[in-house]
Design a protein around this ligand. Sequence first.
Ligand code: PHE
Length: 339
Amino acid sequence: MLNQIKTLELTVLTKVTHIKDEETLIQYRNDILGKAGELTTILKWLKDLSPEERGTVGKAANETRDIITDAFEAERKRIKKEFIAQKLETEQEDVTVPFSHTKGSLHPITMVQQEVEDTFTRMGFDIYDAMEVTTEYLNFDAVNVPKTHPARDMQDTFWLEGSGHVLATQTSCMQNLIMKNKSTPIKAIIPGRVFRNEDVDATHDNTFYQVEWIVVDKWIGISHLKFTITTMLSDIFGKEVKIRMRPGYFPFVEPGVEVDFSCPFCDGVGCKICKGSGWIEFMGAGLIHPNVIREGGLDPEIYSGFAFGFGLNRLVMIRYGIPDMRYFMSPDVRFLKQF
Ligand code: PHE
């Protein structure tokens, strides 16, 4: 029996070195070491031997099993190595073969934001991206929203508990920082993502984009505001757009106005988009409140400014006739492919 074991060992050790592929190796391993394998069968016979014989033969059989097991493992590694080497040799990639893959495109919000930025950087405006996490001070106090003022509820805020931080509810949270850190004249566009704790529906999302303009210098008045808004909208819609102003309340402006613009689709005649009125209600604006100018480190007796801001999502919806705001944040590429 000892002989039989040694012969088996020799046979296996020779044979495995000739095996070329993993599948044959696994099969052969099974034939030897598997449940009904040759060596396994020999090991099963051990119990029929006398105790002395069982000792020596058993020892030899176990040794052989270890040697064979190691040999299979070593050969498996060799075969794998050869396989990779051969693959590298035969399957060199031809980098000159033309390939195609789907190209991505800009999100419609990014597209319109970039257009707006282009127009106004040409007019000498600087761009300041709004922070997404800001402080309660910058988002509210610095823009004249007193602690107890109901305006804090006006924009349902995500509070980062205990830290004094909030998710920015408005790009106006950058006004104070810009005034404190930049010298006049200040001409700034502030695009940013803002967050409000709101129920989501076709026209509201808890995460959306705003763009805000601020200009601060000596002698800035409503006429500058009106010119800037008209230029911005006419540029976006590619035609002359009229605006109208109605009194509106925002704590950081005085006077504050709500701005509507003439419907660019029916030129003010009345259509589905403007709900027959010829006007689209659009944004908040006004002359920067003296308290805000003062808090920004400037003297409101000398400096004045205007500010206006709006939801970019809505502008993009109007421009492209998008019926539901939720598309913007959805991962549906069929929506994105249209732009
Ligand atoms: N921050 C205001 C809002 O989010 C918009 C606004 C900006 C109004 C600047 C007036 C001036 O509703």
